[in-house]
Write a protein that binds this ligand. Structure first.
Ligand SMILES: Nc1ncnc2c1ncn2[C@@H]1O[C@H](COP(=O)(O)OP(=O)(O)OP(=O)(O)O)[C@@H](O)[C@H]1O
Ligand SMILES: [Mg+2]
Length: 900
């Protein structure tokens, strides 16, 4: 058989130049990993610079000390959820039993695609599951190294998992090592981009070889050319792969600098082209077959596909090599070059043939669909079916981005009719809105253009608009669609109309107000409107409470708006128990159906309920989980709630940071903007800038009046303004604002807080004491703290003790309170400066510490606590030991008595 010129000669065995620093850094990291300080290392560098070689070296060195698991990102499979995670873990899972303990169970479906997913939110649940699987494996096997080469081609869900794991490695003997091209060179890979900027990730930049290293390379690879090192370096820039290619060509043909320059460095692609052009018949076809079928294709399959068998030639030419699972290219760049030798038309045809063959053989739908993503329309019904099914599986496994790609491809196939096409487009919208892609709205619009007035799609579309903060448009869509006149639709319209200041919206609101609401959703939105118009709270409650009696209020994307306001009507009428019971159900529902939006929204509403009920720690836990579920930056509702909770706990800096994340310009007339303004005003007050706080609160008041949000409990801007005026030394203004708030809140029927604020700005101890005598833990704790502080500042230390002690007792249920009111403190009198939050005692526990301590006191093990709170074991230990310190105890047994 005729031979062809090798594309790149093998490099001298064992020659790794100029990577001492990298090896040292990794060896250091590995020692710490063995001690439990896990880490993520990201090897970054341009194509051919030596990332894969370095990764092999590092993992080879780890071999004796850790179990090394390997995977590689693959071009063909990058749209397939958890491909890389499977490559990493599957080999171990085949041999080990009993590693599915605890929440690891949630990851089982990752390894049996098509199986029923967990009854939890898919993406979050699977990340949790995989995390616990890794924990279990590390417990069984000791230190682990998870090595992923070509991470820039890895599937997004796997990368998301590695990012997730990266934040939970403290205390876990696990190192993740990924090799990737630099950010500028990679296509849309958000999780990887995050990791590249993550301070917890250790980046190892791989640079080209220096002049000296180039010389050292030549000494081994081409001793006769040793004197040409300078030119070689100049020509290749020190890129080792280019150097290898240059040496391959120059060896034995040139021996002068001029000759070398004339030869030049031809890109790998050109070398591949030339080699294959001169190759015997069949070589090109076989190489292309492997390029299409993917690395690790069994030789028989590749040969059958190509109809040619010149394997040896390609092996000797340094194009293919034989791996443990089949044929593969010697380097990804070689594969890319061969693949590019196919014209787009040929490529599509080759993938289509692959898809057909595999489909006929009954191979897994994922692989068939992977090929279909690279073909044009097939025109046969099976293709759309395979794509639809793969998309549903991707959705069910929490990979909406992949699902969106697959559905978009299915849309290129002929469809059974307009209805099917519209259904697919709407499904595309669902996948895109789950993925947080802004195109979602466009997809719904296209669906509606095909089937104008389709009820379900219109409702979904308006729901997506509302969740994107475009409530005004949501109303316009519903209003313009001429939907049938049924209670659900009227409720959706009414919910949207509440935020819209147009004559159509007003008309609609008036029409609803004129009759008795039919159906629970409409009753609920009506209740909310009553609350916002400051109707008496009992009327609001009388309408809102029965709505939830049957426990069957529909909750899906299309009704989220109406639902949200129904719950708000409960919260604003202080029916916290009813709201909590309903929201426990909704959180469960969100989990079970895996609908991200529903799950995140239900958690958020529960956070709001807990916040107003004074259970700040529970509120914070819910808000954090909600934010963790929805990574979408537009999750402004989540940020708004987090901000209020942080403020109520006196964590001003963090609240200010959360407020800054809400971009008012992108949200239309939504309550979130007003809540953010409210929080900003309070941040200013806590930062002791009373004049600015007053101005901000009064501006908010004007906005609220315009937007039909002037419920004194929902937006207590007058309280903030009163406190600010008092702190700014304007007592009359303060008193007037506080009195106005008391009058409004009194008319509404929820005035405890307003009365306290009135007493606070009057700086009247007796009235404060009276106002604090209420059954609202937050109000009471806030009043008692102020009272204690007043007495202390006045020098009556003994009299101060009792209210402060009681405030502390109330605080574990509420967290820290009162920082905002500190702005009212008299300037430090007689050296008695207002004290910050005490450094010890139950009051001093942070929300997280208190949550962990509470569970520990109830008898949960550290592991159980970690599982329940979705944190790492290390975090639990940390919180517990700091709780012990603050509570001044040394054992778990003492916890219960100190917390109660
Ligand atoms: N430090 C080094 N010393 C000597 N030779 C090296 C070194 N680094 C890389 N090489 C040579 O260069 C070749 C290309 O390196 P490698 O495949 O690791 O590049 P890469 O960065 O992974 O490229 P890609 O981005 O395409 O995956 C290797 O096969 C090896 O022969
Ligand atoms: Mg590589």
């Amino acid at each position: 058989m005729a031979a062809i010129d090798p594309v790149v000669a093998p490099s001298p065995a064992g020659l790794l130049l100029e990577r001492e620093r990298h090896v040292e850094a990794f060896t250091g990291a590995l020692e710490e990993v063995a001690g439990g300080a896990g880490t993520t290392v990201l090897i970054v560098g341009e194509a051919g610079v030596g990332k894969s070689m370095l990764l092999r070296e590092l993992t080879g060195r780890a071999g004796g000390r850790a179990t090394v698991l390997r995977a590689r990102g693959d071009e063909l499979e990058q749209e397939f959820p958890y491909g890389v995670a499977r490559q990493l873990l599957e080999p171990l899972l085949r041999t080990l039993q009993d590693v599915w303990d605890g929440p690891a169970e949630l990851a089982r479906s990752v390894f049996t695609p098509g199986a029923e997913g967990p009854s939890d939110d898919p993406s979050f649940a699977r990340q949790q599951g995989l995390y616990w699987l890794v924990v279990n494996l590390a417990e069984r096997l000791g230190p682990l190294v998870l090595a992923v080469d070509d991470a820039h081609r890895a599937d997004e869900p796997s990368l998301r998992f590695m990012r997730f794991l990266g934040h939970r490695l403290d205390g876990l003997p696990v190192a993740q090592v990924l090799a990737s091209r630099p950010l500028a060179e990679i296509e849309h890979r958000p999780a990887l981009a995050d990791m590249l900027e993550d301070p917890l990730v250790q980046t190892l930049a791989v640079d080209r070889l220096s002049r000296e290293a180039t010389a050292a390379f030549l000494e081994r690879a081409w001793p006769e050319g040793a004197t040409l090192a300078a030119v070689c370096h100049e020509l290749t820039g020190g890129n080792p792969l280019m150097l290898r290619a240059l040496v391959t060509e120059a060896r034995g043909t040139v021996d002068t600098a001029a000759g070398l320059r004339a030869l030049g460095v031809r890109p790998i692609g050109q070398r591949v082209r030339r080699a294959l052009a001169g190759a015997p018949a069949g070589a090109l076809e076989l190489a292309q077959a492997v390029a299409v079928l993917g690395d690790d294709t069994p030789a028989v399959e590749a040969v059958a596909f190509a109809g040619a068998d010149p394997i040896d030639i390609l092996l000797r030419a340094g194009i293919l090599e034989e791996g443990p699972r089949g044929l593969r290219f010697v380097h990804p760049l070689v594969r890319t070059s061969v693949y590019r030798l196919l014209s787009p038309v040929e490529r599509a045809a080759a993938h289509l043939r692959a898809a057909r063959t595999l489909h006929a053989r009954g191979v897994s739908g994922e692989l068939v669909a992977a090929h279909l993503l690279h073909t044009g329309p097939v025109g046969e019904p099976w293709a759309a079916r395979v794509l639809d099914e793969a998309a549903e599986r991707a959705l069910a496994s929490g990979a909406p981005e992949s699902a969106a790609q697959l559905i978009a491809r299915a849309l290129e196939e002929p469809d059974a009719g307009v209805a099917e096409r519209a259904r697919r487009l709407a499904r595309l919208g669902d996948a895109q809105s789950s993925a947080g892609v802004s195109d979602a709205l466009g997809s719904y619009e296209r669906a509606l253009a095909l089937t104008p007035g389709a009820v379900a799609i219109t409702l979904q579309y308006s729901g997506a608009l509302a969740m994107a903060g475009r409530t005004v448009d949501a109303f316009a869509v519903l209003d313009g669609a001429q939907l049938p006149d049924d209670p659900t639709i009227r409720a959706a319209l009414h919910a949207a109309a509440l935020f819209t200041d147009s004559s159509a919206a007003r008309e609609h609101r008036d029409a609803v107000a004129a009759r008795t609401p039919d159906g629970p959703l409409l009753a609920a939105t009506t209740a909310y409107e009553l609350a916002m118009r400051n109707a008496p709270v009992d009327r609001v409650a009388a309408l809102a409470v029965p709505v939830f009696g049957g426990g069957a209020l529909p909750l899906e994307l299309s009704t989220t708006m109406a639902y949200g306001y129904a719950v708000w009507a409960l919260i604003l009428s202080e029916r916290f128990d009813v709201a909590r019971a309903e929201l426990d159900r909704a959180v469960e529902l969100g989990r079970r159906t895996g609908t991200l939006v529903v799950h995140a929204l239900a958690l958020l509403l529960r956070a709001g309920t807990n916040l107003r009920a004074g259970a700040l720690q529970a509120a914070e836990a819910d808000a954090q989980q909600s934010l963790a579920l929805s990574e979408h930056p537009s999750w402004r509702f989540g940020n708004a709630a987090a901000m209020q909770i942080l403020l109520a706990q006196g964590r001003v800096q963090e609240a200010a940071a959360a407020a800054a994340r809400i971009d008012a310009h992108t949200v239309q007339g939504v309550s979130v903007v007003l809540l953010a303004e409210q929080a900003r005003a309070r941040v200013l007050l806590a930062q002791r800038q009373p004049e600015a706080a007053l101005a901000a609160a009064e501006a908010l008041g004007r906005h609220a009046a315009l937007a039909l949000f002037d419920n004194p409990v929902f937006l207590p801007w007058r309280e903030t303004a009163a406190l600010a005026a008092a702190a700014a030394g304007r007592p009359e203004r303060a008193a007037a604002l506080a009195a106005e708030q008391v009058a409004l809140a009194g008319a509404y029927g929820v005035a405890a807080e307003a009365r306290l604020v009135e007493a606070l700005v009057a700086r009247d101890a007796e009235r404060i004491e009276a106002a604090a005598a209420v059954d609202r833990p937050l109000v009471r704790a806030r009043g008692l703290l102020a009272l204690g502080r007043m007495r202390r500042v006045a020098g009556s230390l003994t009299a101060a003790r009792e209210p402060l002690r009681e405030a502390m007792e109330l605080a574990p249920a509420g967290g820290a309170v009162g920082l905002v009111d500190e702005a009212l403190d008299e300037p430090a009198a007689a050296g008695a400066r207002p004290r910050r939050r005490a450094g010890s005692g139950a009051l001093a526990l942070t929300a997280a510490e208190a949550r962990v301590a509470r569970l520990a006191a109830d008898g949960a093990s550290n592991r159980e606590i970690a599982q329940e709170l979705f944190v790492t074991l290390k975090t639990v230990e940390m919180h517990l030991s700091s709780a012990y310190r603050k509570l001044d105890i040394s054992s778990r047994a003492q916890l219960a008595s100190r917390l109660d």
